[in-house]
Design a binder for this molecule. Structure first.
Ligand code: HEC
Length: 196
């Protein structure tokens, strides 16, 4: 069987694919070069933790209770449920503990997995109270920087980006209906955590 010459359309297609591959490779090489040479990390870590002895025990119980089949925390687990990284900056310890025991009451809305049987995470509410207390302490120690996507608090200081978004997109009646959360934040960012 003789070799068939490529049709014009095929040549164009191959060229486009080759060009695409080239751009991807150059982009990757450039990004890696910058990442390795830079002394500042380019992907900033916005969640952090510093566990107390009780929080450490809680993290072990969290693992044996298989919460990570649905949740992500401390950068491992799955994303079937919510990510719990940073939850300690959004919810109080009391909130977390009450949620684990009475999820539907605390949400005030139908839940998917936590709650009564046959929901899949119904077993969570039946864990020994002491385990739930320690797991809650562990979760409350998962913090996020103000302004990160998992934090309740906005970034410290004025943000021109947020001001523009509010100016352009917030309907006028929102200004009467809601209070700008930034006006009641303490000016010291260290105190911005978990105000409910
Ligand atoms: C079968 C999947 C699944 C398992 C297992 C599971 N969760 Fe959840 N979790 C969810 C889903 C989904 C939500 C959202 C609420 C709902 O609809 O149930 C949630 C919500 C939460 C919340 C509230 C988060 C928020 O900010 O609103 C906490 C806290 C939580 N889970 C902790 C745990 C802990 C601790 C365990 C293990 C003891 C666990 N979960 C096991 C699926 C699961």
């Amino acid at each position: 069987m003789g070799k068939q010459p490529l049709k014009k359309g095929e040549k164009v297609l191959f060229m486009m694919f080759g060009l695409f591959l080239l751009v991807v490779m150059i982009g990757y090489a450039a990004l890696e070069t910058i990442r390795i040479r830079s002394d500042k990390p380019i992907f900033v870590q916005r969640t952090h933790f510093d566990f107390s002895p009780e929080g450490k025990k809680g993290s072990e119980l969290y693992r044996t209770a298989q919460c990570n089949t649905c949740h992500r925390a401390v950068r491992s687990g799955t994303s079937m449920g919510l990510s719990l990284d940073g939850i300690g900056s959004k919810r109080t310890l009391e909130w977390i503990q009450s949620f684990l025991i009475h999820p539907e009451d605390i949400y005030g809305a139908p839940t998917i997995d936590h709650g009564t049987r046959p929901k899949e995470a119904a077993y969570v509410a039946d864990l020994p109270k002491e385990n739930l207390r320690l797991i809650s302490i562990f979760l409350s120690e998962l913090r996020a920087d103000p302004g990160s996507s998992v934090a309740k608090a906005p970034p410290p200081g004025r943000s021109p980006f947020i001001d523009t978004m509010i100016g352009n997109f917030a309907p006028d009646n929102w200004k009467e209906k809601y209070q700008d959360i930034r006006e009641k934040m303490p000016s010291d960012p260290a105190q911005q955590d978990a105000h409910e």
